[in-house]
Write a protein that binds this ligand. Sequence first.
Ligand SMILES: Nc1ncnc2c1ncn2[C@@H]1O[C@H](COP(=O)(O)OP(=O)(O)OP(=O)(O)O)[C@@H](O)[C@H]1O
Ligand SMILES: [Mg+2]
Length: 355
Amino acid sequence: MMEVTFHNREPEMKEVMDILRMKPRLITFIYGPINSGKTELISHLIKELPDDYLPFYVNLRGRFITGYEDFLNVLFESDEGDVIDNVSEYATSILKDLKIVSGIPIPVNLFGQIFERKDKSKDVFRYIERFFTEISKKRVPVLIIDELQVIGDMKIDGLLIYKLFNFFVRLTKELHLAHVLVVTSDSLFIERVHSEAMLSGRCRYLLVDDFDYETTMDFLDRYNFSDAEKKVAWDRCGGKPVYLVEIVNSEDREKKVNEMFNVASGRIETELKVVNELGAEITVGDKIYDVRYESLIAILREFVERDEINMDEVDEISKRYFVKENILFVDPLYKTIKPQSRLNLLAIRDAMENV
Ligand SMILES: Nc1ncnc2c1ncn2[C@@H]1O[C@H](COP(=O)(O)OP(=O)(O)OP(=O)(O)O)[C@@H](O)[C@H]1O
Ligand SMILES: [Mg+2]
């Protein structure tokens, strides 16, 4: 297998670094279609951060989170060292050899205390605030939460996510204490965030999309693609990094592209067939709605001629269905909807020829 190294994300890296150079003021939401390279960008950023920053990276993907306790276990990295009661002393003492941290370090005894409290969130936030206050005397804390939508619907005396957002607003806008980067591939979540009154004027958005044409060509050149291979790769897969990596690593590149296309179009046809024959439902809040096959088809037909459509051309139920099934990506900032990848766009067009 060829070793694929991190490829040019200069504009996005510059944008993030420009943000980090300023005083923390807003929460930064990093969003984009699935597999566009958001997490990869963050890993790269963490490696490249100058020494005067200290990143705390928490990834909720694949973590089994059913309640507050689970969430705290992911958010914190419990430190089994000495019993410590003074947060400031603790923060100062660990600063010396702290490098890249996943989770916020906390002495195990304090972690235990928080667990026993009834109103945990107050103590959690108080701890983090004190910890960051101490850290910020020497370095700039950067709190990064990947896949935050995982706890989007979790209720603990009200929605946990609102308490978190409130706390993030405090860390940024009010105290200017830490940078907060929230990463998500869930476009419904970003849509919700974007329409949230509480966050209005308190956050900014950074789109990490698939590579554009130039970047894709540069990438393929690095792995000695012929012109014909480059054309097939771009025509079919567009600039979705994960697909490009797969093609790089296959013996027969053209065959691989065709295989991926067949899988994508097969999946769309199957999903439509299931809705047509068995029906499907979508839950919004406490209500359940029927997904209408005819609406789905009408929307997909719009993509036969166009690469993207406007948000107001799609009914809410169908939109949510397509997003949940990872077929369409909604960009609430630009008010557009497009397939999650070029491969999906072509698969949709192919499927529309057969219905
Ligand atoms: N800049 C890059 N250079 C090289 N490879 C990349 C780059 N970005 C992404 N990739 C490849 O694409 C894969 C998917 O990227 P990544 O997991 O970062 O996407 P994501 O947007 O976080 O996905 P998700 O939407 O599932 O969270 C990576 O494992 C890597 O192989
Ligand atoms: Mg990711």
